[in-house]
Structures are given as structure tokens and as C-alpha cells.
Design a protein around this ligand. Sequence first.
Ligand code: ZN
Length: 686
Amino acid sequence: MKSRWSDKDADDFISHYAPKGVNADLALRTYTTRLLGGDPKLVLHGGGNTSVKTKTKDLLGEDVDVICVKGSGWDMGNIEPQGLPAVKLAPLQKLLALPRLSDEDMVNYQRINLLDSSAPNPSVETLLHAFLPHKFIDHTHSTAVLSLTDQPDGEKVVREVYGDRVAYVPYTIPGFALAKSVAEVFAKHPKVQGLVLLQHGIFTFADDAKTAYERMIEFVSMAEERLHRQGRKSLAQASLPKSLARVADIAPILRGAVALEKNEMAGTVKRQILCFRTSPAILSYVNGKDVARYSQTGVVTPDHTIRTKNWPLLVPAPEQDKLDEWQATVKAAVEKFVAHYHAYFARNNARAEPKKKEFDSLPRVVLVPGVGLFGLGASAKDAAIAADIAENTVEVIADAEAIGEYRCISEADMFDVEYWSLEQAKLGKAVEKVLARQVCAVTGGGSGIGAATARAMAKEGAEVAVLDRDLEAAKAVAKQIGGKALALACDVTKPDDVRAAFDKIAETFGGVDILVSNAGAAWQGNIGSVDDETLRQSFELNFFAHQSVAQNAVRLMKAQGTYGCLLFNTSKQAVNPGKDFGPYGLPKAATLFLVRQYALDHGKDGIRANAVNADRIRSGLLTDDMVAARAKARGVSESQYMGGNLLGREVYADEVAEAFVYLAHAEKTTAGVITVDGGNIEAAMR
Ligand code: ZN
């Protein structure tokens, strides 16, 4: 591992933050914290922490000794000075005299000693930083160091590498107990440049930012050299079926299998979003002969537990053309996983005081031999975090197995971290959005009603795939939505395009729950003389394309077995024909019946089908130029034309989008049509 320190960058940080009242110590602390946080081999997603002891002035202008330490909720990779809140140092150091301290009291005491009452909670490892005398302290969960310490004789292995340059701290749960333990070890070895926390990570320290950071890089490099010293022993591989199933076909099956709370809430859907990963390293790991042993040992460092649980779900390799069989095996594996989790909870909760409330028992990582791994979570973001950690775990364990045998903290220690009181306190407090954990695909999503609907679904918590013939338009909408929104080029009149788009959605999110079949265009012509070609073109887009996307969505929904919702953009033309609009109205009328047919045939699968009837909305179908021309032709103003309905008010795309959102969560409504047109009595339903 190479040092990325640059004198110029360091100076730039100092001069950038100085006008904002940030002193040089904190500017440099921000700089090297980002250097560490930018490397996934050192820290991942909120893991690790850093601190600097410095002076600041209080309101009265008096000097105060403080420690600026990473705040919870901040990521080291993009930290700002306000992510390193200042806490008065002297009161923290006095706590060393206490024999014990509860987590709640510790958090409260740290908060009341903050200089800024609105700052985030200082790290749970704040006291560890405060009890050590050094100015700059850096802490990471280095992949290479973990591979060395996560061994039955891990302490011996790391002692051979670092000798007396560091001190060694046996595993203790983070918080006050660990801080005390570290202080005691350090008191016996006051000359060390760092600490290895067995089965947890590494600390380095110094009086200046550069030395503390470069010691971290040096120690991690020594660990990497030790791992690669002898010829690499790679994992023994198991034999696999000759033809393996595709990711797009197995993802919805997996997503369905991990969505049900089997025991306590039988039948209740709790969906998860999937994030797929594969690479030669992942394949070597999941295809390993001993994968059932090393993958089920436990987490490589305790704070991963919160994101991945202690063990991943391991399923058999999926053979192509035998997916029914595989589905049954996966269901059985999930049931076993859930039963194992309940037993683990009961076993450890028996000794816990006070008693804990059990978390959901579903896996967060799935290993699929022959294919790769999936991260799971309540959102695409959470799923990606679980996948990142799983990839990191693959590396730590493969390297640990290459020099010995992977071993981690005990089940009881893992339980104590997973059911830590500070985590328990968060239980039940987060309220999920109404469409959270659902995947929504919108056709014609690049503009008009489609774009408004894609944005509205995302706002309610859904993961969104924006499909449009115009990829750039789809990308622009996905970018507005932000996060993990997916943009796909798709001509819905081409069955191969549609199939490829739904495969991509399954690979990206694991499946689909809500379809908004919106793409359409208006063709005109007098019905007695219109040419066949025009009518057929309109049927391709305004009827067959709806059928094609709906069939693909139903295929995924049935593989998941967790219900679903089909939504169609029909039109007032489906009910009330417009003069010379036959080529448009006829396929739309067929599509209105298509909605009813899906509701009828797939109600038994829990799949709902509903439609929105919109009329006269400015969009790609009704451009501003068209509005001007039509208003002129009728001798009215544009606003009179657009408000030519019972309410006399223009209707907007965002209002149509709200109707789609409502139907997406109207759990008991199917075969329904909502009219959003300001009132058109000729097109009124029933
Ligand atoms: Zn740590």
C-alpha cells in the first residue's frame, strides 16, 4: 500500500479551511481522514475513526483543550471538519477512573461536553482516543491486518510481523470497556507507534498528521507483505454443474425467497432489494470446496454485523433448466437460515441483561456458487453497502485461509455487537416510506407523465428503472432522481428490447414490483379511409407494447411470488372516441380491456392491474406548439384550451403521477381506473 500524502494537498486543505475558522490541526485531520477513508482496503461505509487533540476558543475567548473525533453518521472518505466534532478533553480523560460506564451514560456525557450542541454524536470509540496521549490517532479495519489476526494463532502471527513496534489488545466490545483495556495495555508499552486490536483492526498515532497516517500505511504494507511472502495457496475448488443459470433468472427467485418472514409473520411480505457482484476472486471464494465452513464462521470485524448479519445465506449452484428444483432448495435454505437465526438469538438472549428485542431474521448476503454474491437491503443503497462489505469479507477470508485457517470472534461476542444497546435504541424508530423496498419500472419515463411518475415513485421510496427509447432522456430523469436510479434504452415495440430491459432490472435490483406502462403516441386518421399501416403502427405501441412489458413484469413477479402491481396509462380515447382519432383510440380501448384481463387472470397471484385516464397534459404527445395551434384553431386562449374541462383548470403531469403512486399502494384495488382530466363527462367511467 502506498502513501498518498502530498505536501501540496495538505497545504491546500489548510488554506481552504482557514477562512472558515478551521485551524491547521483540524484541516490536516480532515485531509488524512479522507485519505484513509478513500481506500476500501482500510475502511468501508462508516467504519474506522480518527481524532486530533487541539485547542479552540470558547464564547468567552478562553482557550479550551478539545479532541475532535469522527462523528457518527459521517463517512471518512468525504468527511468535513464539522464531521469531527470538538469535545472538551479534560472531562473525558477523568472517566478513566470509573470502573464501568453504560453506553447510554457514555453517549450522554460525550454530548454534554460538545462545544457545539448541534454536532453529531462523537464516535463510540471517542474515549479510546481520549485516553491515549497522542495528538493524531488513526484507526482502520485494514483488510490485510484482519487476514493476519483472524486466525486461531492470530496474535502470534502479528507479533512476528510488528514485534515491539505495536502493542496487542485482546478482543473487547467497542465502547468504555475497550477504551479502558487499551489504556491499560498502552500504559505498559508507552513507546509503541500503534496498537493491533485482535479480530478488530489497527490504530497508529503520532504528534503530526503525516507520521500517524504514514505509520498506518507502513503497518498495513507489512501485513500485505506477510500475506504474500510465501507462494499463494488458493482455495480448493468444488465441482459445479456444466451449465449455470443466468443472474437475471435466479435473482427474482432469490428475492422472493428472502422476502418472507416465515415464522412470526407468516405470509407477510418484507421485500429486500438485491445488489449482485461477481469477479474472479468472488467466484474462487463461492466455488470453494470448504465454502460451507469458512463462509459460516462469522464477521471479519465486529461492526460489519450491523450491515451483513454474522453469517451469509449459502445456496447451491443453480443449474440451467432446473430452476424449479433450485427454487425449492433455496426456500428450504432460507427456512434453515431463519431457524438458525432464531436459535442463535434465543441462546444468547438467555444470558443478556436487559433482555433484547429480536431483529428480523432474514439474510443480508447470499452466496451463489458458480455465479457470485448478492448484497441485500431495504434500499438499493443498503444492498450495495452489504455487497461492498461481502466483497471485502471474501478478500479477508481468502487471504486468511491462504496462510492458515480463518477464525473470528465468538458467537457471544458477535451477539453483543449486533444487539448493542445503542443499536437497540434505534429499533422501530425509522419510519419507512410507503413504497420502500419496491422496484418500479416506468416506460416512456424520459419525459412528460412518465418522467413525473418516475420521480414521484422515487420520492415515495421506490427504486426506479426509467425506460425510454431515448437513452439520454432516461439518463436525465435518472440523474434528477439520483441515488441508484437506473436508465435503460428500450423501444417497447421490440420484444427483444423489452426482454433485455427486464433482465437488466432483475440483475440490478433483483426483480420488479410495480410496472408503469406509460409509453404511447397518438396517430390520427379518418377510420373509413385510414391506411392499414397507420392503424397497425398504433396498435404496436398503444396495445402490443403494453402487453409485452406487462408479460415481462408478470414473469418476474411470479418468480418472486411476492405479488405486484401493473399500472397502465390509458386515455380518455379508450372510453370516449375523438373525431378522426380512431387509430389512437382503438388500441387504447383494447389496452383498457387488457387491464381488466390482467386483473382477472392474475388476481390469484396477488398481482393487481389498474389504469389512469389522463387527458390534455402538456408532454411529448401534446407539445407547447400543438397547444398554441389548437387554441388558435378554436379561437380560444391557450389557458382556455388547456382548461377545457368541467373544472376549467389545466391538468399537470405531476397530478397524473400522483394517481399512479396512489394506485401503487392501494393494496385492495384492482381492475380500477382513475380519471385525472379535470372532468370530461363523455369520458366518465361507469
Ligand atoms: Zn473499529
